[in-house]
Design a protein around this ligand. Structure first.
Ligand SMILES: C[S@@+](CC[C@H](N)C(=O)[O-])C[C@H]1O[C@@H](n2cnc3c(N)ncnc32)[C@H](O)[C@@H]1O
Length: 338
């Protein structure tokens, strides 16, 4: 494939894998399409009016941390329709050139790869608490009160949580919490699962890295951009353009995880990657789990179903939770209709 990667060493093609338990993301997509928010913008002055470049003091201080070349053709912006923060092209970018290049030395290295997000989460917590992570970066991470975090079903009311223990998704999250020193440490698990990439070091071992700026790229299943880099001295962690990029286009990457459905995706990132079948698919999975439960242990008793129904009425949890609750409600209706 004719991607013109910057090759400074033979190891440069080592993949930056998108987070935790995921497969290598050097998938060089064959599709030439990508999300084009607003095609046809040629100059920065032609940025779509509804894309607001982030221009507050905290963001500007963070951007100054980065190599100056970094912000010549991209910037952070609030991007419609969700108005989430993301990276946007402010200049046209040619296919094959790096869009983002962050030196390994700027990344927060959380150690060698493990399938378990808890060790890197606790490592991150201690680095942040001991001020070993640049404050300018910490200040732009989503806080524990930001919607990115609070929309996760972490805020699912505890009554619902215990009632939903039979649900694979919920019990896997519960098992995280049980193994954490404090339930609040779930916030660091969220930072790890939602924004840490696995990058190979020169010896070929995967390392968990929090890469400032690169971690601001949102997910798009159809993104053709390619992640490359080596987690070691002199390494540059890059997003290389898989296609020509126009001004005003969002720079997205393709996250790993949740290939089978949407559940791990929801747990780890807190949003529904609609293209994978979304909540409908999740609902079907829940239904399957309930039915399996019915076969193996006589199913949910009437009392259990009643408790779940009650817990579904407890407000809170944000949009994601509300959608899951609706799906769970449908599954219960289905069972009670049998
Ligand atoms: C690696 S961060 C991306 C940058 C993030 N928007 C920020 O401002 O720091 C991953 C988080 O961004 C949000 N996100 C990324 N892609 C998204 C998408 N396609 N739809 C909705 N939210 C998305 C989710 O909150 C996710 O947990």
């Amino acid at each position: 494939f004719n991607l013109n990667l910057h090759q400074s060493s033979g190891a440069v093609n080592s993949a930056v894998k998108t987070r935790i338990d995921t497969r290598i993301a050097t998938r060089i997509a064959t599709s030439s399409s990508s999300t084009v928010l607003h095609a046809g913008f040629g100059k920065p002055s032609e940025l779509p009016p509804n894309v607001k470049l982030s221009n507050d003091a905290v963001t500007n201080a963070f951007l100054k941390m980065l190599p100056p070349s970094q912000t010549k053709s991209t910037s952070l912006a609030s991007i419609p329709p969700l108005n989430y923060r993301g990276v946007i092209a402010t200049k046209p970018i040619k296919k094959g050139t790096p869009i983002i290049s962050i030196p390994y030395t700027l990344a927060v290295d959380l150690g060698t790869e493990s399938l378990d997000p808890i060790p890197p989460a606790l490592h991150l917590k201690s680095l942040i608490e001991s001020s070993a992570v640049d404050k300018r970066y910490v200040s732009v991470l989503p806080s524990s009160t930001s919607p990115d975090y609070s929309n996760l079903y972490s805020s699912w009311p505890s009554t619902s949580r215990s009632s939903l223990n039979w649900c694979h998704l919920e019990s896997s999250r519960e098992s995280f919490i049980e193994r954490l020193p404090e339930p609040e440490d779930m916030y660091y698990v969220f930072l790890v699962t939602s924004r840490v990439l696995t990058v190979q070091d020169p010896e070929g071992r995967g390392r968990k890295l929090l890469i400032p700026y690169l971690d601001m790229c949102n997910h798009d299943e159809k993104s053709t951009h390619v992640l490359t880099g080596v987690a070691g001295e002199g390494g540059m962690l890059k997003v290389v353009a898989g296609k020509d990029v126009k001004v005003g286009e969002e720079i997205t990457i393709r996250y790993g995880g949740g290939e089978e459905g949407v559940d791990e995706f929801l747990r780890d990132y807190g949003f529904d990657p609609g293209e994978r079948g979304g909540y409908e698919r999740f609902g079907r999975r829940v239904a399957r789990e309930v039915k399996m439960g019915l076969n193996s242990r006589g199913g949910l008793r009437e009392e259990e179903r009643r408790q779940i129904r009650e817990s579904l009425k407890v407000p809170g949890g944000g949009e994601v939770i509300e959608k899951i609750k609706r799906e769970v409600g449908k599954v219960l209706d289905e069972i009670d209709g049998w």
